[in-house]
Ligand binder design. Structure first.
Ligand code: GDP
Ligand code: MN
Length: 397
């Protein structure tokens, strides 16, 4: 689960980390008051969307020479004008994809003078099975470019969970970032605060890009991105409250409401499967036969007809889906429940694409009978291989 920059900065502030003063604005008419509460003489107006690269992004239907989603303003009036120009429009960045994201919130911040822009992140490093600090002197807007062309400029420091964060981690990072004097002490303190926040809130990712040295020589978090482990959010009511559903994939959102494990992918074959292992195997075999899965979907062991119906609706609502493969191994899950769910869903939303169903296990005969008697145009498959071959053939010809 991701949150907005202004929410992330509020958490940073709670933990004592240095951030600028700022105000979030939802309506253009509130912008002037909000900006007026900040000191100036520089204001920064920042589009709040769950995607990075805003500074270099551009708005749809932008006028010639118009700036992206991060703009500097020299007066309260100018800050208000820039806010009004952003709200309601669609911002496209390299992380949003060509569709872009609508800007519904804008963060107005007290502008900082920048001496240096550094990069800092904390993440769960699966290679070392540890939380790692990742840092670089090449902060700012092009960290992907740095990673691609000069990866040696990005260093990573794993933290042993047995010791937790120690001062030497912070001193190493400070050295690596070329900090000096009082900045080293600030760095050691800040890294400790970030590590504490990261572990307290079960984060997956925390990125400060840029971490700046201000013109007065102090460290400050100028941007903040945070991702939280979705399976742990239930432990953090304060974090759950920050969820902005308008930023999420509507299909994944619907799936989470019905407790379905669904992840949207880019392919053309929708999959409905029970069990994560079988779902992975189904995706693999679809690829083996030359097509791509449109999603990962595990309806779970004890799915009800209602849940199956909902799962089917989510799959068919994806315009990329050119065919559907239902692959069920009935253990706890009964094949007749799946069959009824599929039929209920098709009755509700119709079926514009080929549907292959492979059922095996508990109540398989009953399930097959229900489908055979439904009058639906369903292609029956004998086993997983057969099912994959048939759906790929039906879609690709
Ligand atoms: P991103 O493009 O989505 O990563 O947004 P950032 O918050 O990182 O802002 C992009 C860039 O805008 C930064 O790298 C800075 O160069 C610039 N910027 C952001 N805030 C300030 C500020 O307070 N003062 C100045 N001078 N520049 C800023
Ligand atoms: Mn940034």
């Amino acid at each position: 689960m991701n949150i907005h920059e202004y929410q992330a900065k509020a958490l940073l502030r709670d933990y004592g980390a240095p951030v600028s003063d700022g105000r979030v604005v939802f309506k253009a008419e509130d912008a002037k008051t909000a900006a007026g509460e900040l000191d100036g003489p520089l204001w920064v107006v920042k589009a709040q969307i769950h995607a990075g690269g805003r500074g270099k992004g551009s708005f749809k239907e932008a006028s010639a020479g118009e700036k992206g989603g991060v703009r500097l303003a020299k007066s309260v009036e100018e800050a208000a004008e820039e806010t009004a120009r952003m709200l309601g429009r669609t911002l496209v960045t390299h992380q949003t994809g060509p569709v872009g994201k609508q800007v519904n919130r804008v963060y107005i911040e007290d502008g900082s003078g920048i001496e240096r822009e550094l990069y800092l992140a904390l993440l769960v490093d699966r290679q070392s099975s540890r939380i790692s600090f990742v840092c670089s002197t090449e902060g700012g807007m092009d960290i992907e470019e740095v990673a691609a062309s000069t990866p040696e400029k990005i260093l990573s420091f794993p933290v042993d969970p047995a010791t937790g964060y120690q001062g030497f981690h912070g001193r190493r990072i400070a050295f690596m970032l070329g900090l000096e004097g009082a900045q080293v002490k600030q760095c050691v303190k800040l890294m400790g605060q970030l590590y504490q926040l990261f572990t307290d809130k079960d984060m997956e990712m925390l990125e400060i890009n840029p971490l700046i040295v201000t013109d007065s020589g102090d460290l400050k978090c100028l941007d903040a991105k945070m991702g939280f482990d979705g399976n742990a959010v239930y432990r953090h009511g304060d974090i759950a409250a920050l969820r902005d559903e308008t930023e999420e994939d509507p299909k994944e959102l619907a799936a989470s409401k019905y407790d379905l494990n669904y992840i949207a992918l880019d392919g053309e074959i929708g999959c409905m499967v029970n069990g994560a292992g079988l779902a992975m195997a189904t995706m693999d075999i679809i690829k083996l036969y030359g097509a791509e899965p449109a999603n990962f979907l595990d309806v779970g062991g004890g799915a009800t007809t209602e849940k199956v119906t909902e799962a089917f609706k989510i799959i068919t609502s994806d315009p990329n889906v050119k065919g559907i493969l239902v692959n069920i191994f009935g253990g706890i899950m009964r094949c007749d429940v799946i069959a009824e769910g599929v039929i209920a869903a098709v009755k509700e939303v119709g079926l514009q694409v080929p549907l292959v169903v492979r059922l095996e296990g508990t109540n398989v005969e009953k399930g097959k009978e229900i489908i055979a008697n439904s009058g639906l145009n369903v292609i029956a498959a004998e086993n997983l291989k057969d099912g994959a071959e048939k759906i790929v053939k039906a879609v690709k010809g």
